[in-house]
Design a protein. Structure first.
Length: 252
């Protein structure tokens, strides 16, 4: 796999920005940066004909020739996927405990490498984005992007409006302040309730910890939207490719 766009202007070539070798492979959509670093350390990657084992070795994209296993490292076509993650799957390529991962749902699909855009924990369900466009993915997961994420949460107990207001103002757990951007009660029974919770930030187990502080156990947690993209009628365990308008909407 080779990436090389020759530059005829030596002055311009001198000012080509350089990136670490692992980052370049990731930006080409070939693999994750972690996987790229492994390829480099294993001696599978050459820059201008020489094996480089440093994942941070500086590379000028568009000038230097990069190969993996003696094949040209070329730009992959970018793929953007929405997947309805079932409960019980881990969002990782490989799990050290041997648990099933979301990649088992893509096994029969003819897709290039794609990585998860953000995370859902094993017990959570719903909308998960995956792509090999690492710049697009970083823009979505960047806290400053303001991408709201909407969840439907089933809890044991019957939280009222007072509990909703507390979540809006924030609760303290483990030295962190956890708050929601919006909370509303969808439906409520004598022992359980469904809430809609919107976050504009995502700390580790954010919703579960926030509700635990208030004395409510989470039974189910389903992400139903990221920004303006909704889960819709996508069946559990299935995926679809985003259309260009959806990709641009999330890029903004």
């Amino acid at each position: 796999m080779r990436y090389a766009l020759p530059m005829n202007n030596p002055t311009a070539a001198a000012h080509v920005p350089r990136h670490g070798l692992a980052r370049v492979l990731s930006k080409l959509g070939l693999c994750s940066r972690t996987q790229a670093a492994t390829w480099v350390r294993d001696g599978r990657v050459r820059v201008n004909g020489r094996v480089q084992r440093d994942p941070e070795f500086p590379v000028a994209m568009g000038r230097d020739k990069v190969t993996v296993d003696n094949a040209a490292a070329s730009q992959e076509s970018f793929v953007y996927i929405a997947l309805n993650k079932p409960r019980g799957l881990v969002v990782t390529a490989r799990d050290e405990k041997g648990r099933d991962t979301v990649y088992s749902l893509l096994r029969e699909a003819s897709l290039p490498w794609v990585g998860p855009v953000g995370r859902l924990d094993k017990a959570s369900e719903g909308l998960l984005l995956m792509s090999n466009d690492t710049a697009w993915a970083a823009g979505i997961t960047d806290p400053s992007s303001g991408k709201e994420k909407t969840y439907h949460v089933q809890v044991r107990g019957t939280p009222g409006e007072e509990a909703c207001q507390v979540m809006l103002h924030g609760v303290e757990d483990g030295g962190e302040i956890l708050r929601a951007l919006a909370v509303r009660i969808l439906r409520q029974g004598p022992r359980q309730a469904w809430l809609e919770i919107v976050l504009d930030e995502g700390r580790n187990r954010h919703i579960r910890r926030m509700l635990s502080v208030l004395g409510f156990d989470v039974i189910r947690l389903v992400r139903v939207a990221i920004g303006g993209l909704t889960l819709g009628e996508l069946a559990k365990g299935k995926f679809r490719q985003l259309d260009p308008a959806e990709v641009e909407m999330l890029r903004r």
